[in-house]
Write a protein that binds this ligand. Structure first.
Ligand SMILES: Nc1ncnc2c1ncn2[C@@H]1O[C@H](COP(=O)(O)OP(=O)(O)OP(=O)(O)O)[C@@H](O)[C@H]1O
Ligand SMILES: [Mg+2]
Length: 386
């Protein structure tokens, strides 16, 4: 859709430029013709010495040129007369000459001058001559610039429309995200508090006490609380705190290890244990969890995940998550963050969308596919500021 609109805009611009160009050329031809007519009528006047009794047609031609600026110069290279040049009668003689000289220079660059000869009536010998210098009329000059001005206006207009549209689209998406997250957190709140009360109750019940059930229930409730916290964080402006990254990453790894195949190893590599970044822990953990789950899926249950922590320049921290999975096809890399993009039968295609939103909107960081080779593995990079 975007491309079609762009194509139409391009076609309109090209047609418009082409057409104006055609008009400009036509008009130019006409102006040159009319200068020629002007020159020959002057010649006629001079040759026949009939300035006062000019045929009315010629007089019309000479007087009616009220568009094309011209200057005639005599054989001694002196300016003898001019037309359609803005000269104020109140100006001093020097000023007039200065303006005329300047005009003459620009005319010399524009067109070759037309010649007017005064010939002897009998012999045809040239007695005297003049040059008529001229340039495009103001109208024609304006018309030459018209397509450029038109294009700039169309461009600016298009840009404004595009910005308004994309802004209102993002604003709408934001409202959906925030609204849905808030609602989910809110809805989960009630059953969780009730479950917590039940656990307290069971702790005292001799029937279930000491059978390990309550502990398991407790863990599940903690997880539910974490989920609620994530949703409520995404539904509000999350607070960023300086955190030790290694600790956070280890938390996630400890949480994930018992839940994934034993044939998948997860290693954390850091250059120093004191790498810090400003982040919201529940949300950042969510991102790592999503990336690791994707990695596990891509490896079909066997392989290794490496999480590497690096210092970048200007207070930046890199977190690289590398897997030995099936990789992402080159053509698909640019789509993986799009909502709904999935290659899995039971996928929602939301994991990376959420990750991108958390990193870029809430942490003002970056997340992207750093490299990916089919059948070899993929590295995702997160950039945060410390
Ligand atoms: N580490 C990876 N290796 C290979 N492909 C990947 C990897 N991570 C993501 N992908 C590709 O990107 C797609 C989108 O990932 P995303 O996490 O957004 O959605 P999903 O995992 O398919 O579904 P879910 O919403 O359940 O997370 C995946 O379906 C997969 O094709
Ligand atoms: Mg996923």
């Amino acid at each position: 859709m975007k491309w079609i609109a762009l194509l139409i805009a391009a076609v309109i611009s090209i047609v418009s430029i082409y057409y104006t160009n055609y008009l400009v050329n036509k008009l130019k031809e006409r102006e040159i013709k009319s200068i020629e007519v002007f020159a020959s009528s002057m010649e006629y006047t001079i040759e026949n010495n009939v300035a006062d009794q000019l045929p009315s047609v010629i007089r019309e031609i000479i007087i009616n040129n009220d568009q094309i600026p011209l200057i005639y110069v005599n054989s001694k290279d002196e300016i003898e007369n001019w037309r359609n040049i803005k000269i104020d009668e109140k100006w001093s003689e020097e000023k007039k000459q200065e303006v005329l000289k300047k005009e003459l220079e620009s005319m010399k660059e524009a067109y070759e001058p037309k010649h007017v000869f005064d010939r002897d009536e009998q012999t045809g010998e040239i007695l005297d001559f003049w040059f008529i210098y001229y340039k495009n009329s103001f109208l024609l000059t304006q018309l030459t610039y018209y397509p450029i001005i038109q294009l700039i206006i169309i461009g600016v207009f298009g840009l404004i429309v595009y910005l308004i549209f994309s802004y209102s689209k993002t604003a709408e998406q934001n409202r959906v995200w925030v609204g849905l997250a808030k609602e989910t957190a809110h809805q989960l709140g009630t059953p969780i508090s009730s479950l917590m009360a039940w656990v307290e109750y069971f702790k005292e019940d001799p029937g279930v006490k000491n059978k390990g059930v309550v502990e398991e229930l407790d863990k599940d409730i903690k997880k539910l609380q974490l989920i609620t916290e994530r949703f409520s964080n995404i539904g509000s402006v999350p607070v960023l705190k300086e955190e030790k990254l290694e600790e956070i990453i280890n938390n996630v790894v400890e949480y994930l290890k018992p839940r994934i195949s034993t044939k998948v190893s997860i290693d954390v590599i850091t250059i120093s244990s004191d790498v810090r970044a400003n982040l919201n822990a529940p949300l950042f953990e969510w991102v790592l969890e999503n990336l690791c789950k994707n990695a596990v899926d891509a490896m079909g249950g066997i392989g290794s995940i490496r999480i590497k922590l690096l210092h970048g320049s200007d207070h930046r921290v890199f977190i690289d998550i590398t897997d030995t999975g099936k990789g992402i096809a080159k053509s698909k890399i640019k789509h993986v963050f799009n909502p709904g993009f999935t290659t899995k039968q039971r996928g929602w295609g939301l994991g990376l969308t959420l990750a991108k939103r958390i990193i870029e909107t809430y942490h003002k960081g970056k997340i992207f596919v750093k490299s990916s080779e089919e059948n070899e593995g993929t590295t995702f990079r997160i950039v945060l500021s410390s």
